[in-house]
Design a protein around this ligand. Sequence first.
Ligand code: ADP
Ligand code: NI
Length: 213
Amino acid sequence: MKNYSKQLLAIKEYVSTLFADDVTGHDYFHMQRVAKLARFIAKKEGADLFICEAAAFLHDVGDPKLCTDRSHALDNMNLFLERIEISRKDISHINHIIDHVSYSKKLIPSTMEGKIVQDADRLDALGAIGIARAFAFGGASGQMIYHDHQVRHTSIQHFYDKLLKLKRMMNTKTAAAIAKERHSYMEDYVNRFFDEWRGTTFSDEMNDNFDLC
Ligand code: ADP
Ligand code: NI
């Protein structure tokens, strides 16, 4: 098996420069966690470790949420991959994964490696990290935590619009098992959020004689 450690090191440096200043939950550490999860799932499912790890590090390159010129970002990435001597076949596979991974596109990558990277990215939107990322993203895009009357564009609404649906959308068994546990932690969190929001964690005394305006 070919040793890709030099190429992976170069990819990490490339990605860490690209996402160094991100405050929306898509910083370099998101890429690192997705790569670690993808590698773990790939080992369990018998997929190509290099493709999974490399595509996981690169999966948010050119994301319209994060940059203004998608094709320029992808052209630069492809030139970089050629420069570090990644084969044409692997570059094309990595591009296929990047093009299919995003939740909003509602696509499923055709290869096992793509399915794994998609699972790994979705797992990082779940659990304690997922909760932190949702509020970071919400804050950075000017969204409120929650609102009693206009719930639609709040970060808590995002849990119902997307995050709590992810458990059922995993492609691999390995990811589904991790998602199940992270989902249940998140459900507990949302229940607790509403308990505290409504004051039901305290006795009725707290809510007595308090006029909401
Ligand atoms: P994708 O491109 O598949 O949507 P990403 O990994 O790029 O996935 O980013 C999605 C992250 O951004 C998730 O962690 C999610 O919680 C957060 N996010 C996206 N939209 C919102 C939103 N409207 N409110 C809160 N968080 C959001
Ligand atoms: Ni991502």
